[in-house]
Write a protein that binds this ligand. Structure first.
Ligand code: PMP
Length: 396
């Protein structure tokens, strides 16, 4: 039988990269590949007693609840966002199954086949995977150490009249680790206003800042009701809880809420109650400060080791937060081939080859490294192996 799959699934394909990454899951491999937060920072003991208490508090937490989420947790999220400079109330928040669901629902809300999504070049792979079933075309926008270039966005939107959505990760982007500068945040909003497009601000790493001042969210700079902001508990609490949120102006949020209801009724009542209780009983910000101290040390160690050992023709970004740095090798070098043929078999070291993060024209000479989960000694050892084998390959 030929299976009559919908046309949209033609873009839902396993990738060669995924296969390579699977090899990196082998415990004998030093993997810089995962995008996981360090499980050492999960508040396991606190959550153990919270889940017990929440269950003991009655059957309510095992019942259905509002599709937009538990009212108490929506209030707590709104209070956190307000303290962070983005004033909002519980009514402005819909709780999602991780930030990833916010990407899917936004694609569902905005994208007809052939509509154009402008994204950073490179961009978050998971966003491309979420958007692809809605059959968009992508327009890639230049980025540098200050994030997306608004002047280029302006050009791109002028060239693409079917552009509807700008997708951006302004804080410590995945995969590059770079952040959008303050000036560019204002410029981006200005460009979006002129072209009348919706901005999807995806910011799961926002609280993982190690240096410098917090920058305003795009949502807080929006005066025309065109920014959808996505947040997540994955990187600041634990990703297995699968809890995130969307914050958006009423007309957008109302429709997103209907799509949330249609997609999965609601997020887990039990998990929402547990996170809400965690926020009541514990100081999440203090927990984030502790995690950031460890991430900062690993970031410093990573950059210092790369500076010391990596041949000068390889550059890396210098993230001020988040989990990733992005390596750029000389043009013509293929990080996928190098990992498959040399790095994995000879050194048992893995990263994510960068090609997968490009929405349009793939560039083979980059790699994403995560410094988050490896112990410090292993981190240095693995980077040494990477530098050694690259230097040998470059000489050959
Ligand atoms: N956006 C970005 C940029 C991410 O890196 C991730 C996780 N890797 C997500 C969204 C989704 O995370 P979650 O669904 O766990 O909140």
């Amino acid at each position: 039988m030929t299976t009559p799959f919908a046309r949209r699934t033609s873009r839902v394909q396993p990738s060669a990269i995924r296969e390579l990454l699977r090899l990196g899951d082998d415990p004998s491999v030093i993997s810089f590949g995962g995008g996981y937060p360090d499980p050492a920072h999960f508040p396991t003991a606190e959550l153990t007693s919270i889940f017990t208490d929440v269950l003991a508090s009655g059957a309510r937490t095992l019942q259905y609840t509002a599709s937009v989420g538990l009212p108490r947790l929506r209030e707590q999220i709104a209070a956190r966002m307000t303290r962070d400079g983005t004033p909002c109330t519980a009514d402005d928040v819909v709780i999602t199954h991780g930030g990833q669901q916010g990407l899917d629902l936004t694609g569902k809300l905005m994208i007809d086949p052939g509509d154009v999504i402008a994204t950073e070049n490179p961009t978050f792979l998971g966003a491309l995977l979420a958007f692809n079933p809605y059959e968009p075309d992508y327009a890639a926008v230049r980025t540098d150490d200050d994030g997306l270039d608004p002047a280029h966005l302006d050009e791109v939107l002028t060239r693409h009249p079917r552009a509807k959505l700008v997708y951006t990760v302004p804080d410590f982007q995945n995969p590059t680790g770079v952040s959008l500068s303050l000036e560019r945040r204002h410029q981006l909003i200005d460009v979006a206003n002129r072209h009348d497009v919706v901005v999807l601000e995806d910011s799961p790493y926002r609280d993982l800042r190690f240096d410098g001042d917090r920058l305003p969210t795009l949502a807080s700079l929006d005066t025309e009701g065109r920014v959808i902001h996505l947040g997540s508990f994955s990187k600041i609490l634990a990703p297995g809880l699968r809890l995130g949120w969307m914050m958006a102006p009423g007309p957008l949020l109302d429709r997103l809420a209907l799509l949330k209801l249609a997609a999965d009724t609601q997020s887990s009542t039990l998990n929402m109650a547990a996170v809400s209780t965690y926020l009541e009983r514990h100081d999440l910000d203090a927990q984030i400060v502790r995690a950031n101290a460890s991430y900062r040390r690993k970031r410093d160690l990573t950059l210092a080791t790369l500076d010391r050992l990596m041949p000068a023709d390889v550059t890396c970004t210098r993230p001020r937060g988040g989990l990733f740095t992005w390596l750029t090798f000389p043009e013509g070098f293929d990080t996928g081939d190098f990992m498959r043929d040399t790095l994995l078999p000879r050194a048992r070291v893995a990263y994510v080859p960068g090609a997968t993060f490009f929405p349009t024209r793939q560039e083979p000479n980059h790699a994403r490294l995560s410094y988050a989960t490896l112990p410090e000694e292993t981190l240095v050892h693995g980077l040494g192996l990477l530098a050694h084998h690259y230097a040998a390959a470059a000489r050959a």
